[in-house]
Design a protein around this ligand. Structure first.
Ligand SMILES: Cc1ncc(COP(=O)(O)O)c(C=O)c1O
Length: 419
């Protein structure tokens, strides 16, 4: 490790990698690893997909920095047009930035500017990024916020339904969480001062926990009845990750703003928000921007990513491999009391590890399982969740049935060896 790199990055491993291809990465000592982290659910088309590489290379030779305030570049118009074709009906205006956090910031600024209201409502366990406003909206771990408070004001937090943790069924969890959201509007931030409700359709960093379709529809219904904008943070769930192109398709809700990053550029740092023209038009020109947003290399990467997702039927593969994975994990759960909960959609699957006796979160065992998979089977996993006891499955969407089986074998061996 370099003595010149900041230690602020929390390093999940000390593995030094030099290249990546498809679902594998190669370490400096020539060992190949099956990468079920996908760079934190980013390289949906696999590492260095040849079509994405070619698109970036070609674009780099043509124009690297076509600054949006200075000139117009047709590639951005092509990208926006293409996105309008894959977004929910009516979402047809786009603003581009570089990271998920920046796109979340943009969504909140748009909501505030368009409504003239000051506040947002978010959900417990949510993760929206590391910048100050995004951090104020993030409650997946207190450690992320420690040392930075006070964070920007005007953020109100409602419970996210947690049937496993609350020890109740899904309907009861939805009912409780919706009642609590309604209370936020009556007790903490009145609808007339609330610009938006921002939600991840599947909690990512907070524990790979999907919101039930019924809950999503309930949230959308409350937003509609209170005339509050609904912002879906699809940074991690978008672009096929959950077995649908967007996670919102699982519930059929219609967002006012959709936030995208991660899988969007196959690893090239690019992000965006999309909204209806009538909403985007209420964002005063010049009131937001950025030097690099809408970078042509990123645009080329996204266009190639969309081609690959379509031509290689990656959304379908995500759904099918997800079923293969869930079926096997549910069987495993019947044999291992440590697997308290197995949940997910498509290739966004979480396994919650708990103490066999008292059912409390077991982050030590989760860490041991991840380490065993890496050292004994050369398969890379990561954890998530407030307690760090959820092992997340987020392989590239190009993953094959055989690679899923290899991941499952590694996981089963690690559960046996660490018991
Ligand atoms: C749902 C969600 N929103 C926003 C972000 C922030 O994205 P970035 O790390 O690109 O700023 C993340 C990152 O993990 C995320 O999962």
């Amino acid at each position: 490790m370099s003595e010149h790199l900041s230690d602020v990055w929390l390093r999940a491993t000390d593995l030094e990698v030099v290249s990546g291809s498809g679902c594998t990465v190669m370490s400096a000592d020539g060992t190949e690893y099956l990468d079920f982290t996908a760079g934190i659910a980013v390289v949906n088309t696999g590492h260095c997909h040849p079509r994405v590489v070619a698109a970036i290379r070609e674009q780099a030779a043509r124009f690297i920095h076509s600054q949006v305030n200075c000139y117009r570049n047709p590639i951005l118009e092509s990208l926006a047009q293409r996105l309008a074709g894959v977004c929910p009906a009516g979402i047809d205006r786009f603003f581009f930035s570089n990271s998920g956090a920046e796109a979340v910031e943009a969504a909140v600024k748009l909501a505030k500017a368009a409504t003239g209201r000051t506040n947002v409502v978010v959900f417990e366990g949510g993760f929206h990024g590391r910048t100050h406003m995004a951090m104020a909206m993030t409650t997946s771990k207190a450690a992320y916020r420690a040392g930075y408070q006070p964070l920007p004001a005007g953020v109100f937090v409602a419970p996210f339904p947690r049937p496993f943790e609350w020890g109740c069924d899904e309907n009861e969890a939805n009912r409780r969480a919706l009642a609590a959201l309604e209370k936020v509007f009556t007790q903490a931030t009145a609808p007339h001062e609330t610009a938006a409700v921002v939600i991840e359709p599947v909690l990512g960093e907070g524990g790979y926990l999907p919101a039930a379709a019924e809950f999503m529809r309930g949230v959308a219904g409350l937003c509609r009845s209170h005339e509050v904008l609904l912002v879906l943070d699809e940074v991690q769930t978008g672009f096929g990750r959950t077995g649908k192109f967007w996670a919102l398709e699982h519930s059929g809700v219609e967002p006012d703003v959709i936030v995208m990053a991660k899988g969007f550029g196959s690893g090239f740092p690019i992000s965006a928000i999309g909204a209806r023209a009538a909403l985007m038009d209420r964002w005063p020109a010049g009131s937001h921007g950025g030097t690099y947003g809408g970078n042509p290399l990123g645009a080329a990467a996204v266009l190639a990513t969309l081609d690959v997702i379509e031509d290689e039927a990656l959304v379908q593969n995500s759904a099918e491999r997800g079923v293969q994975l869930m079926t096997a994990l549910h069987k495993m759960r019947a044999e291992h009391a440590v697997l308290g909960d197995v949940r997910g959609l498509g290739l966004m699957v979480g396994c919650e590890l708990v103490g066999a006796e008292d059912g409390s979160p077991d982050p030590v065992r989760a860490r041991a399982v991840v380490d065993h998979c890496r050292h004994e089977s050369r398969v890379l996993f990561m954890t998530c969740g407030t307690a760090g006891n959820v092992i997340r499955w987020m392989p590239p969407l190009v993953v094959s049935p055989e690679e899923i089986d290899r991941g499952l074998q590694a996981f089963a061996a690690a559960l046996d060896a660490t018991g």
